[in-house]
Design a protein around this ligand. Structure first.
Ligand code: SF4
Length: 65
């Protein structure tokens, strides 16, 4: 599982970095970014919840071909 964060949609609410700090962090501009290339299996559920919790829908799962 891979995710990207649409920076133009992120409003820096802090929800995803506090929910899954192993995966999400803030960049210097105050927007969240995904700091791992592939989400570890044991964090997939937490990341899916973070996707659902994001108020702006900025976190998008990348579909593998
Ligand atoms: S939950 Fe969404 S809006 Fe909030 S910091 Fe994460 S990506 Fe940005």
């Amino acid at each position: 599982m891979k995710v990207t964060i649409k920076e133009e949609k992120c409003m820096g609410c802090g929800s995803c970095p506090s929910a899954v700090p192993e995966v999400f962090d803030f960049n210097d501009d105050g927007f969240a970014y995904c700091k791992v290339d592939t989400i570890p299996d044991d964090l997939e559920e937490a990341v899916k919840e973070a996707i659902d919790m994001c108020p702006t829908g900025a976190i998008v799962e990348e579909k593998s071909e």
